[in-house]
Each structure stands twice: as C-alpha cells, then as structure tokens.
Design a protein around this ligand. Structure first.
Ligand SMILES: *Cc1c(COP(=O)(O)O)cnc(C)c1O
Length: 429
C-alpha cells in the first residue's frame, strides 16, 4: 500500500499543528506509523490522499451512524447552507431536534444544545453543582468525559480521596474536587459516599465504559449507582455522548432501564457536524440561564446547519428496521471476530451493544477486563498494534488504539463484514 501522500501531509502538519493533529488519538501514537489523511467517504468506506480505500469502523468516532455522506444528510446540510449557516437567533430546527430527542430518550424532558461533548459534560457538572450547592464530583477511572479541567483527573490507587491532575495545566485545587474510583467497583463508591456523601454534587459515568476499550457494567452497577445518588441527594449524570442513539435508539438508559437526572449527548446527535447537548428533568433544566441562574452560552450553539445534520441522521436512524439491522451487523462482526481469533488461538475479549463493539486482544486467555486497572493489566497493546497495521494494509480501518470502541453504520454490508473477518483471519494466522 502506497502512503506517500499521507506521509508528506503529516510531515507538513507536524510543522503547523502540535503533533500534526487536532485531536491526539488521530496521531497513531498507540500503534505507531503515520496517520492516513482522508479525502473522501461514502457509506462504509473512506479513501485516503493516496487513493487507498478502507472499510471504516471509526465513522468519525461514532457520529456517522448512517455512514459517510448519506445522500439525505448531505441534502439537508446543502439545503440549509443555501439558506444561511447561522443566525445567532432561535430557529425552528432547534425545536424539532429537541422534540425528537425528548421523544427518543426516556429521561429527557428539556434539552440545551451546545457544540461538543466536552461542553455538554462541563455544563452538566456546573448545573449539578448549581442545583445541589455542593462541590465534589465522582467519576470513574478510565471513563472519558471530554477535556474540561475537572475531568482530566486520574485515580490514585484504591479508593481515591484526593484527585490528582492527569495533565499539566490542571490545577491541584481543581483536581481535588474530583473523586475517582474504578469502574464497576460499587464498594469503592459506597466508601467514598460514606466519607464525602454530603459534599458530592454528582456522579458522572459512561453507561458503557467505551473510552478504555469496551467495558460493560456488571452486577447491576449502574442501578446501584443511581440508588446511591438518590439516597445521598447527588445528581446522577449519564454521559451518553458515545452511547446515545447507539446502545439503543434511546441510548443506554433505554436499553438498561436507567433514569438519570441529567444526560450528556454528542456525536450521533450532530450527524457529523459539531453538536452536543445536556438534558434532563424539567425542574433541573429550568435552572439554566435565562430560565434560571446557572450561566451557559454559545455563539454557534444550536446553529441551523448542525441541527439539519442531526435531524436528518436521527430521522433516518428511526425509520423502521434501520437500527435493528445495524445492530445485527454489529453483533455479527463481534461474534465473527471472536470466532476467528478463537480458531487461531488468539485470546480476545469481544463485546457489542447496539451499533458499538469492542475487542481487546489479551496477554492470556484467563484475563477478564471489567475496569481500567484490569484493561491495563490484561490488554496486549503491542499485539494490537500488529493487528491494527495488518488490517490497515488489507483495507480495514480500525481505531488506532485498543482502548477505543468500534462503530458500525447503516452502510456496512454483509460483504463488508465478511471482507473484514477474512482480513482478520489473514492478519493473525
Ligand atoms: C467523545 C466523548 C466525549 C467528548 O466529546 P467531544 O465532542 O469530543 O468533546 C465525552 N464523553 C464521552 C463518553 C465521549 O465518548
């Protein structure tokens, strides 16, 4: 595979943009090699600057659930672009998308649109602090909620009572208000609440931990978490930026029967344009300015171009049988990966839910990954790097890190799945 054009572009990009990318994981640091510069996408495929084609399981990291450049999404964007891209006034499309989301996601009664998942989570936490008058938040190790200072915090070992900054530039005082424990560790949650219960404004959690690979909740973890929040007067915030409209049509909360106070959305909700949202119960959302006193604003928030892309995408996804078909393809892929690896004697842990999947290559067959600590212990990133490049050479584009989820779109055909599985067979045997 010739990649001269991508290599030249990346060399130039590193002179212009830190690390050559505008979001770190794009740089292939987890797997080595040069990132591909994409030029074009259609359906399940993308083409790079050298003209190589790939079956794409990133789909812009989740948003493109209908595939690249779906004609109806393109048409919606083009129609709106000709009418104007942004007014900085309310528009009818904001009502329409709000109605659609409220209809689809069970716990949501009111919504505020922002421009990214990061804005959604940071605003949701400000709201939780405003409503409760408390300062501390609890998050889980390995869960990613965007790059706001208070969320770039790693756990100490065991039950952390003092958050430590994960990045230079995050102050110790900001980090100190963020408590962190391992995902799926309800005893650690109880211990933190026993000590700090009256100070905790909110617990924020990914319903599927899909930024450390793909870790499902175990033993009723999320329901217990919801109960603990209710018992202690803390807000239960479900970060569905990734799982929204993917774990099921109504998000993980619908699939799992959860009732969060606040939900964060992003990715699919914008259909490939920058949209995020925080949303929830009416009495909580009415605290947001100008209805209430908690301030939050955005020059381009709810802009008509982004609303058009989100509306077109969600409308298509909701058509009869569309979601179920993507979910079936996803399951077929995850099961197929498992079968191919098992036949080759390669230890893996695969899982899928709705239209998302994950696959850990393990150091040994007895490793079980149910938390970030376990992911670090049992995953085999060096082997994943080999698999990743083997697949890339064969025209299959996986996320360039084992600690990322994979995404299937409505455009992924039986043929795509078969091609992917035979590429995997070829790569590992
Ligand atoms: C992607 C993601 C975010 C951040 O969204 P951005 O739009 O990249 O700012 C937050 N939470 C979760 C769970 C995500 O997957």
């Amino acid at each position: 595979m010739i990649t001269n054009a991508s290599e030249a572009l990346f060399a130039r990009a590193t002179e212009l943009i830190p690390g050559g990318v505008n979001s770190p994981v794009r740089a292939f640091r987890g797997v080595g090699g040069t990132p591909r510069f994409m030029e074009r996408g259609a359906g399940s495929r993308v083409w790079d600057a050298d003209g190589n084609a790939y079956i794409d399981y990133i789909q812009s990291w989740g948003p493109l659930v209908m595939g690249h450049a779906h004609p109806k999404v393109v048409e919606a964007i083009a129609t709106q672009a000709a009418l104007g891209t942004s007014f900085g006034t309310p528009t009818k499309a904001e009502n329409t998308l709000a109605e659609l989301v409220i209809d689809m996601v069970p716990s949501i009664e009111m919504i505020r649109f922002v421009n990214s998942g990061t804005e959604a989570t940071m605003s949701a936490l400000r709201l939780a602090r405003a409503v409760t008058g408390r300062e501390k938040i609890l998050k889980f190790s390995g869960c990613y909620h965007g790059h706001a200072d208070m969320l770039l915090v790693a756990a100490g070992s065991g039950v952390a009572t003092l958050g430590l900054p994960d990045s230079p530039g995050v102050t110790a005082s900001t980090a100190a208000a963020t408590l962190t424990v391992e995902y799926n560790d309800i005893d650690a949650v109880l211990a933190v609440f026993a000590e700090h219960g009256s100070e905790i404004a909110a617990v924020i959690v990914e319903p599927i931990a899909a930024n450390m690979g793909f870790v499902l909740p175990t033993n009723g973890f999320l329901h217990k978490l919801q109960d603990i929040c209710r018992a202690n007067g803390a807000m239960f915030i479900l970060d569905e930026v990734m799982t929204g409209f993917r774990a099921s049509l109504g998000g993980a909360q619908e699939a799992m029967g959860l009732d969060p106070d606040i939900t964060c959305l992003g990715k699919v909700i914008g259909g490939g344009l920058p949209v995020g949202a925080y949303a929830g119960k009416r009495d909580i959302m009415l605290n947001v300015a100008p209805a209430g006193k908690m301030y939050q604003a955005g020059t381009l928030s709810g802009n008509p171009l982004a609303m058009a892309a989100g509306l077109a995408t969600l409308s298509l996804l909701r058509e009869d049988g569309v979601f179920a078909r993507i979910a079936a393809q996803t399951e077929k892929l995850a099961n197929g990966i498992n079968a191919v690896c098992t036949a080759a004697g390669v230890p893996v842990q695969t899982a899928s839910m709705g239209t998302m999947f994950g696959c850990y290559f393990l150091k040994s067959a007895d490793g079980v990954i149910d938390s970030y600590a376990a992911a670090r212990e049992h995953a085999n990133p060096a082997y994943f790097g080999e698999v990743f490049h083997g697949m890339l050479e064969r025209g299959v584009y996986l996320a360039p890190s084992q600690f990322e989820a994979g995404f299937v779109s409505a455009a992924h055909s039986d043929d795509d799945i078969e091609t992917t599985l035979s590429a995997l067979d070829d790569t590992i045997s």
